[in-house]
Design a protein around this ligand. Sequence first.
Ligand code: ZN
Length: 132
Amino acid sequence: MSGSNLGATKPNLSDQTKFCKHCGERIHLKAVICNKCGLQVEELNGGSSQPQIVINNSNMNTNINNNGGYGNKKDKWISVLLCFFLGVFGVHRFYEGKIGTGILYLFTFGLMGIGTFVDFIILLFKPNPYYV
Ligand SMILES: [Zn+2]
């Protein structure tokens, strides 16, 4: 009778235990530190996996925000023409979404024409389309 009892309990024991990868000692399945050698045998997956998902989500959110502020596709020749004809009013800056410098150009006639001239040269060397 006792022999059959042992046979019945042995599979249960092996379900609840594992072998330490450092010393080979049989330890509890959920143990993270071996009783015999004291070395860590398991990563704390339950605690670390969920924050990683949160970090990934926040990265995706910042990427979306970056695309809203930067990376807007602009047609080079529209900017060049706006800069050439209306650059002293900062219209090409408004087209690029740079409202602040657009207003500055509007009141200073494109930084007395110098800012508009520099922007025009820079725009000529930009790829088409370009991103701001
Ligand atoms: Zn061990």
